[in-house]
Design a protein around this ligand. Structure first.
Ligand SMILES: NC(=O)c1ccc[n+]([C@@H]2O[C@H](COP(=O)([O-])OP(=O)(O)OC[C@H]3O[C@@H](n4cnc5c(N)ncnc54)[C@H](OP(=O)(O)O)[C@@H]3O)[C@@H](O)[C@H]2O)c1
Length: 216
């Protein structure tokens, strides 16, 4: 499977390194492939990674991770043009100045994105934890949960498999509408990590009671 990644900041670079090291082919869709930052990232990610122009990504990638500021999404989508059945993985959080959500309650950034791309599957994922957890999702108590949602079941499963391959406990929560809850969940993480003194080395984990065999 080939994974395209747009954005080589904290999230894009971290996920790209992890996926390349897990054996996926990774194409970094960058504005300028010649910068030292991009060249160093390619060296760190290893032989499975290279750069590709953003507009060529949909022709080569099975899934494209969107790891830009939310405000850049529209421009990035327009630049890519025809997307076909390439899965879009939206890890952006629509954060407005003052650390508040720019979209919410009756919609979400991910649903807005889905309206722009029509029939292309959109999966909301990798938005409810910090990039440090993406680098290492395994804590003393177990793996961090990676909550995701989307309307296309096959796309959800593909992204869940990607998350599991880099050490997350994937949790498919349901339809894309659930991004209305996952985006505020990210805000909770941000408030706790950056304002309430918990620090960035925290992650959410879903606990499931094993009731198998009960009542036999
Ligand atoms: N930071 C976290 O821990 C975290 C966790 C979960 C989700 N998120 C979300 O993930 C997204 C990325 O966060 P980040 O911390 O990785 O941001 P970041 O470090 O600021 O990186 C943003 C990246 O987006 C690229 N970019 C910006 N505008 C672009 C455009 N028009 N076309 C192509 N590329 C563009 C930048 O490219 P250049 O290098 O060329 O400037 C940069 O590589 C945000 O939406 C954020 O809310 C962040």
């Amino acid at each position: 499977m080939t994974i395209g990644i747009i954005g080589t900041g904290n999230v894009g670079a971290t996920l790209g390194r992890r996926f390349a090291q897990a054996g996926y082919r990774v194409l970094f869709g960058v504005r300028d492939p010649h910068t030292e930052k991009v060249q160093q990232l390619i060296r760190e990610a290893g032989e499975n990674a290279c750069t590709e122009s953003i507009d060529e990504l949909p022709r080569h990638a099975d899934a494209i991770i969107l790891a830009t500021p939310h405000s850049a999404l529209r421009a990035v989508i327009e630049q890519m043009g025809k997307l076909g059945s390439t899965i879009l993985v939206d890890c952006t959080n629509p954060i407005a100045p003052g650390l508040r959500l720019a979209v919410g309650h009756s919609s979400s950034g991910a649903e807005q994105l889905a309206r722009w791309v029509h029939d292309t599957p959109v999966v909301k994922a990798f938005n409810t934890m910090g990039w440090e957890t993406m680098a290492d999702p395994v804590f003393e108590d177990g793996s961090a949960s990676m909550f995701l949602c989307g309307d296309d079941k096959k796309a959800n499963q593909a992204v869940a498999n990607m998350a599991a391959a880099i050490g997350f406990d994937p949790v498919i929560t349901g339809p894309l509408q659930h991004a209305r809850y996952l985006e505020p969940m990210a805000m909770m993480w941000i408030q706790m990590a950056m304002k309430e003194g918990f620090g960035r080395d925290i992650a959410f984990r879903l606990l499931r009671r094993n009731t198998e065999g009960e009542g036999e």
